[in-house]
Each structure stands twice: as C-alpha cells, then as structure tokens.
Design a protein around this ligand. Structure first.
Ligand code: PMP
Length: 413
C-alpha cells in the first residue's frame, strides 16, 4: 500500500499544491479527478465567494431558478434527446442511485446490470451495483439485490481471450445470457461508465456502444451513462457520450461539475424518464446554492469558445508523450491508453501480468519528485496508473508531468 504524505498542504494554485514549507507539488490527477478547473480558478472562486456572501443556502423548495440555469446549460450539450434534469444530489453515488430509481419507476422493472470493474460509488447501494466485489466483501448488505454484473470490454485483458477485430462483441452477447439465465426476469437498466475510470481507464472498442444500445433496445433497458469521471470536458467533449456515440437515456454527473472541488451532482434524462417526486429523492444539501453556483460558473468556463478544443489539443500532446514514454519503458508499461486528458498506464511485470506493487512504487516515487498521481483503487487489478491533470493545465505543465514520470520509471529498471 502506498503511503503518501502527512504534511499539510496550505495552498492550491492552478494545478499546483503548496505545502507548509513552500514546497510545490504538481497535481497530475486533478485532486480526485474532480478539479476540472484546478485549485483556484478565479471565475469560480469569485462566483462562489459572492454567493456565499449573499445566500449560501435555502430550502431546495426555492432553488429551482438557480438549478434551471445549470440544467439549461448542460442540456445544450446532451445527446439522444436528453432534455430534462434533476439536481438534488451532492455526490456521484446518490446521483447514480437517482438514475436507477428513475429507470425502475419508469419501467416498473427491478434489475440493474453493470460491468465488472465498474465503479458507481460508495453508498451501500452504489457499491452493490458497482462491478467489483472488493469493496463490498465485508458488507453483505452492499451486495445489492437485483444487481447483475457482466464482463467489461477490457480488450487489453479480454475476458474471452479474443480481440476486437474478431470477437463479435462477446462481452455484449454475454449480457443476453445474464438476462436470460441470471436475472429476475424484470430488468430495468444497464449502467456503464463510458470509460471505466477506477477500473483501469478502460476504453471500449469501436462499435461496442452501438451494439450495447441495440441490446438495450431489444430488452427495453434504460441505458445510464455514469459520466461522473468522464463528463464536463474530461475527454475534450462536454460529455464522453458525444465522443463515443453512446446514445444513453440518462447521464449522471458529479466530480468535475464543481470545477474547483465544490461537491455537486446532476442527473440528466429524457423528459419521459423525469418521473420522480421530490419526496422520492432529495437531500438537505441537495441543490445547495454554493454547489449550484460552482456548477454554473464551471460551465461558463468550459463552454467558452476554444476551451474544449484546447483540451483536445492538450490531450493529444499528453497522449503522444505518454505513448512515447510507454515505448521507452515497455518492460514496465504494457499500454498507455486514453483520450482527452484522461489517461492510464497499464503497469505490468515481466510476464505482462498486472503489477500493482510496481504501480504503488511509481506513485510513491512520483511523490518524492513532487508530483501527485494515483492508481486504480485497490480492487480489480489495481495496477493502472492514472494521469489526468485539470483541464486548465498548460502544455508546459503537461510536459513536466510526463518528464517527472519518466524520471521515476527510469529508477525502476
Ligand atoms: N461514478 C464514478 C465513475 C466514479 O468515479 C465515482 C467516484 N470515484 C462515483 C461514481 C461516485 O462519486 P462520489 O464519490 O461523488 O459519490
């Protein structure tokens, strides 16, 4: 288990954290992948400060006008006729619970299908619908009833020992089997991450989502895209669903929506699915004005002309540099994969097996190089090192992040 610092960080500036002694650390992972705009983006800081001074909170019975502004903004970018929303959550976990409730209430069906290695949150229910058992082993109640897990499209370690050119999407076909043989016979929805984030930065192969959409249509399943990690510009598009042509019925958001780390979440859906009553899903701090204001200000920045284009261009720089680095250290990195500013390095041993011990060493040594990076959580294979700087990182900072990683990898040969 890697051990990071006990020292206190005092300031955050751009993508840099500064500790008590003035030492600066470059953050290569945007906090917990949530600081889409870095630590102190002036527009968000100013708007939040003003809001706190004027009116930090009121009952969510009165926040509608504020929420509407954010939802209207988001809906300009949504695919597949998604034209309504709900903003009573402050975490991705409960946003996903909200999405499942919508699907269950709308369809009258119960079961939820998700992918192995997926992560949809840490409440008991969100843990239960997440596709890896590691987090719920000691909490039997988290093994959500009516939750079915199916193989992930992890081509690098294909569960069917095949490859995208010849597999015929066996991992999608396996979903039919799960529905036929393992479900209660009443399946409401399928929840996916467009790119499996914590599970290893896994990008499904071309055509996967088209086939998945067909399957959802065949069985009448609501398709939920959990864009908690991939949303709000992370892939160079407002939603990864647009980039990967996913056509979901519902999208969930959190993390990057708060810009500078303010907790906030949203659930976007087609109007037909907007079926919850307020008493069926709301929280004291849901649609809190600090959160909603941070989301509004963040969207104003991300939708400035040229902002997303710049993310794509910086993403392509990051991808080129990481791929070159992976070639140079091919005995440690099996694959560098990613899109936009969402990259992962598959850390392997000499037999190409997942090497989580080495990925921990990389994180520890990177910290010694004054750089923050993270790996996949200690579940699944846990060996994929993440590189996901804030969308506001400069090209120079991206070059520096890779340079420091390269130094670390050199020490591991
Ligand atoms: N979905 C995904 C894809 C996530 O990565 C996470 C958090 N890592 C969640 C949901 C849960 O979000 P939160 O921690 O805000 O509850």
């Amino acid at each position: 288990m890697h051990t990071l610092t006990k020292e206190r960080f005092r300031y955050g500036k751009g993508i840099t954290l500064i500790d008590d002694s003035g030492k600066e650390y470059l953050d290569g992972v945007s906090g917990t992948f949530n600081l889409s705009l870095g630590y102190n983006h002036p527009h968000v800081v100013t708007k939040v400060q003003e809001q706190v001074a004027n009116l930090a909170h009121m009952s969510s019975s009165f926040t509608e006008p504020y929420v509407e502004e954010v939802l209207d903004h988001l809906i300009q970018y949504t695919p597949n006729g998604i034209d309504a929303g709900w903003m009573r959550d402050i975490t991705g976990s409960t946003a996903n619970e909200c999405a499942v409730k919508l699907a269950q209430k709308y369809t009258g069906a119960l079961d939820i299908i998700s992918l192995y290695l997926s992560h949809h949150g840490q409440t008991q229910f969100a843990t239960g619908i997440s596709g890896n058992a590691f987090r719920r082993r000691k909490f039997p109640n988290s093994a959500a009833a009516n939750s079915l897990h199916v193989p992930a499209p992890y081509c690098y370690r294909c569960p069917f020992n095949s490859s995208p050119d010849k597999c015929g999407y066996q991992c999608v076909e396996a979903i039919s089997d799960a529905i036929e043989y393992a479900s209660s016979g009443s399946v409401a929805c399928m929840i996916i991450e467009p790119i499996l984030g914590n599970g290893g930065n896994i990008i499904p192969p071309a055509g996967y989502f088209k086939r998945l959409r067909q399957l959802c249509n065949e069985y009448g399943l609501i398709l939920i895209a959990d864009e908690v990690q991939t949303g709000i510009g992370r892939t160079g598009y407002m939603f990864a669903s647009e980039l990967l042509d996913i056509q979901p019925d519902i999208i969930t958001l959190a993390k990057g929506l708060g810009g500078i780390g303010v907790p906030v979440a949203a659930v976007l859906m087609q109007s037909r699915l907007n079926v919850l009553e307020k008493h069926e899903h709301s929280f004291t701090s849901g649609s809190n004005l600090i959160s909603v204001t941070a989301a509004k200000a963040t969207l104003e920045v991300v939708s400035e002309p040229g902002f997303l284009e710049a993310v794509r261009s910086k993403g392509s720089l990051l991808g080129t540099l990481l791929t070159e680095m992976a070639d140079k250290h091919d005995c440690i990195i099996g694959e560098a994969r990613g899109v936009g500013l969402m990259w992962g390095l598959e850390i392997v041993d000499e037999d190409n097996a997942p090497d989580a011990v080495k990925s921990n060493a990389i994180i520890d040594r990177a910290f010694a190089e004054q750089q923050l990076i993270l790996r996949g959580s200690r579940y699944g294979y846990g060996n994929v090192v993440k590189v996901r700087p804030s969308l506001t990182a400069t090209e120079d900072e991206i070059v520096e992040i890779v340079k420091r990683l390269d130094t670390v990898l050199t020490t591991l040969h």
